[in-house]
Design a protein around this ligand. Structure first.
Ligand SMILES: Nc1ncnc2c1ncn2[C@@H]1O[C@H](COP(=O)(O)OP(=O)(O)O)[C@@H](O)[C@H]1O
Ligand SMILES: Cc1ncsc1CCOP(=O)(O)O
Ligand SMILES: [Mg+2]
Length: 282
């Protein structure tokens, strides 16, 4: 079996396992993303729970299959819940995933992310500007809030260095999604540019990564690449019947829900990439 076929099969196995086991994914996420994120998790076969109040964390988090923390609308009130949940997940051996939305927007956000990193996320997923900012532990100048001002390939050194310093798998999304553990680099070329015109698609795919990692926590690199490919493929299939971002938002969810073995095994596009060859493939 060649590499593309192997990744197609692996992606289908993982999507099928998520559908069978329906992992419970606790999401402490921003106010913009809650609806799309919960619907993407449901369409992927997982079970979402948006639970973020501090008095609930110690009862709830140890019984989840994975935790997602997204700082998109971070406030002083929510940071203690994020810290407590990440600590509870770490104590109970649950994988947790960090989305450092707009990490360069303020010192408050950057410092919150740096504190969260000490609690050992299994995966960190951001756009290129976010990964450069968090990896350098300094705010990227000229950063555009939640949107990236860099291409993913520009962030590969930052991603590798962040992976090596934290022990996390790091994913940088964009026209090509790059996933690394600091040594290997996987490139995922599924997706359509219109995904950038729907708010919270980055947030939603990070939650889908948490669901995939939940069913194979020892293989976070593979799980992350497969989740990104499946989500991008849902975008490609959805785009075929969409007129713009609003219809793609609906069709993305429908395509993820209805995705079958043939679509996944023939549509997933994941490859190992040598560091010297990190430009997008035609
Ligand atoms: N130019 C592009 N072509 C294809 N897919 C893209 C493109 N830009 C982003 N995506 C996809 O959109 C989703 C969100 O990624 P991104 O826009 O980088 O995140 P964020 O919303 O956090 O900035 C990912 O699945 C990514 O692969
Ligand atoms: C617009 C916005 N503002 C704060 S969080 C948020 C959503 C960001 O979503 P994504 O990172 O998926 O683009
Ligand atoms: Mg984002």
């Amino acid at each position: 079996m060649g590499e593309p076929e192997m990744w197609g099969r692996r992606s289908w196995e993982l999507l099928s396992t998520v559908r069978e086991r329906s992992p419970l994914v606790q999401c402490i996420t921003n106010l913009v993303s809650m609806d799309l994120m919960a619907n993407v998790l449901l369409a992927g076969g997982a079970s979402p729970a948006m639970v973020h109040s501090l008095p609930e964390i110690n009862d709830f988090t140890p019984h989840t299959d994975a935790l997602l923390i997204n700082i998109g609308t971070l406030s002083e009130a929510w940071l203690p819940s994020m810290m407590a949940a990440a600590a509870a997940a770490a104590r109970s051996g649950r994988p947790w995933v960090l989305d450092p939305v707009a990490v360069s927007a303020s010192d408050f956000r950057l410092n919150a992310c740096l504190q969260l990193l000490l609690l050992r996320p299994a995966v960190i997923r951001g756009n290129a500007s976010e990964i450069i900012g968090i990896s350098n532990a300094s705010r990227v100048q000229g950063s555009k809030g939640a949107d990236s001002s860099h291409e993913s390939v520009e962030a590969i050194d930052a991603a590798k260095s962040l992976a090596l310093s934290t022990g996390a798998v790091v994913a940088v999304t964009g026209a090509v999604d790059l996933v690394t553990d600091g040594k290997q680099v996987m490139a995922v070329t599924n997706g359509v540019p219109m995904l950038q015109k729907i708010t919270a698609t980055g947030c939603a795919v990070t939650a889908l990564i948490a669901a995939f990692v939940a069913v194979t926590p020892q293989r976070a690199l593979q799980a992350t690449a497969c989740a990104l490919a499946v989500f991008g493929l849902a975008g490609e299939i959805g785009m075929a019947t969409s007129r713009g971002p609003a219809s793609l938002r609906m069709n993305l969810i429908d395509s993820l829900h209805g995705m079958d073995e043939e679509a996944v095994t023939s549509g997933v596009n994941i490859q190992h990439r040598a560091s010297a060859d990190l430009s997008p493939q035609p």
